[in-house]
Design a protein around this ligand. Structure first.
Ligand code: KG4
Ligand code: ZN
Length: 336
């Protein structure tokens, strides 16, 4: 392990989906975090994998150069390179992973492969150390909705996850029904601000008693039927968006608080793209305060996919003496 006089200076890259991101961290502190969101997918209402891979190919070097320049760090100052190796789109993952491995190889420095979900999980502790006490994490993004009990750093139990759509995916699909574009979450969030969340009573799926799993596909279908039965209800868009969002948030908050009570933790962290949602933050904080839980969120720039969270996890791994082989391959279906 390196001491304070010889700090870890890590370049991290993240290309698991449609964000090309690079970050530079020195001993866990973020010196730069550059995120280039691929706008091409907006036209299609969702991520087109081949276009995403090709955009990563084009962007990876300029994004890395920008991250190094903003950090005031040269390639020769780096002590390690890290990259997401899963889960995600295979072609997208391969771009960042191959780039990072080749750079580490060329510079003869360690390479660290990182699980994207661990990145989100620790995005609340960036610049700090994760606590040794247990906490409950709700990881809620376009690809995942899961409740994870973190007993101590790197000791997890996934206690619940979605059985169909991820919450972010439901936001994206409903936004597509509205013809709003992609990604849908921020657009619904904005539209819902002027709507009445009690206007339409959409279903809240809690599944069987005691289950910590989620299901959002029934809710998404209800919105589809509502639009069909009400002549696409263009006048009530804000009310529909607000009512849909309220249904998603009610389920996320209820299930998270119930699980926190059952597992006896005092702290709840929310992470992933949907953790940027205004109502989710407000309602989880209010409910957490009422029930005596401390609720934490990442800074906005660390909610969405970003390389800083990947660099942070790789730093924790380096502190534990963990490096990866240069034969590490992309694992699109990697789990926690
Ligand atoms: O973590 P992320 O950037 O990528 C994945 O790992 O999936 O999450 C992206 C997801 C998208 O589904 C997007 O619509 C959603 O996060 N999202 C939001 C908001 N901002 C992003 N959902 C609801 N409200 C938001 N403000
Ligand atoms: Zn993500």
């Amino acid at each position: 392990m390196k001491g304070a006089t010889n700090p870890h200076t890590i370049l991290a890259v993240e290309t698991s989906c449609d964000e090309t991101s690079a970050a530079v961290l020195r001993d866990g502190l973020v010196l730069s975090n550059v995120i280039s969101s691929q706008e091409i997918h907006g036209t299609f209402g969702g991520v087109v994998p081949e276009l995403a891979s090709r955009a990563h190919m084009r962007l990876i070097v300029p994004v890395v150069e920008e991250a190094l320049a903003r950090a005031g760090v040269g390639r020769g100052d780096l002590t390690a390179v890290s990259a997401t190796y899963g889960p995600g789109l295979a072609g997208s993952l391969l771009v960042g992973l191959s780039f990072a491995k080749a750079l580490a190889y060329g510079l003869s420095i360690p390479f660290v492969g990182v699980n994207h979900l661990e990145g989100h999980l620790y995005s609340n502790w960036l610049g700090d150390r994760p606590p040794d006490r247990p906490f409950l994490a709700l990881v809620v993004s376009g690809g995942h909705t899961m409740l994870v009990l973190v007993r101590s750093p790197f000791d997890y139990e996934v206690i619940g996850q979605t059985r169909d759509d991820a919450a972010g995916e439901a936001f994206d699909k409903v936004a597509k029904m509205f013809g709003l574009g992609y990604p849908g979450g921020p657009l619904i969030d904005r539209l819902a601000a002027s709507g009445n969340p009690s206007a339409i009573s959409f279903p809240r799926s809690h599944l069987e008693d005691g289950s910590h799993d989620f299901s959002f596909s029934g809710l998404k279908t209800s919105v589809l039927y509502y639009l069909r039965d009400h002549g696409n209800a263009k006048n009530d868009m804000a009310d529909i968006a607000a009512s849909f969002q309220q249904a998603v948030v009610d389920v996320l908050v209820d299930k998270t608080i119930l699980a926190a009570e059952e597992y006896g933790v005092s702290e709840i962290t929310i992470a992933g793209g949907v953790s940027a949602n205004t109502l989710l933050r407000r309602q989880m904080t209010a409910e957490g305060e009422r029930k005596g839980f401390n609720v934490k969120y990442p800074r906005m720039e660390f909610c969405m996919d970003n390389a800083a969270m990947i660099g942070y996890v790789s730093w924790l791994q380096l502190l534990n003496g963990k490096v990866s082989a240069l034969t590490l391959n992309a694992e699109p279906n990697l789990v926690l």
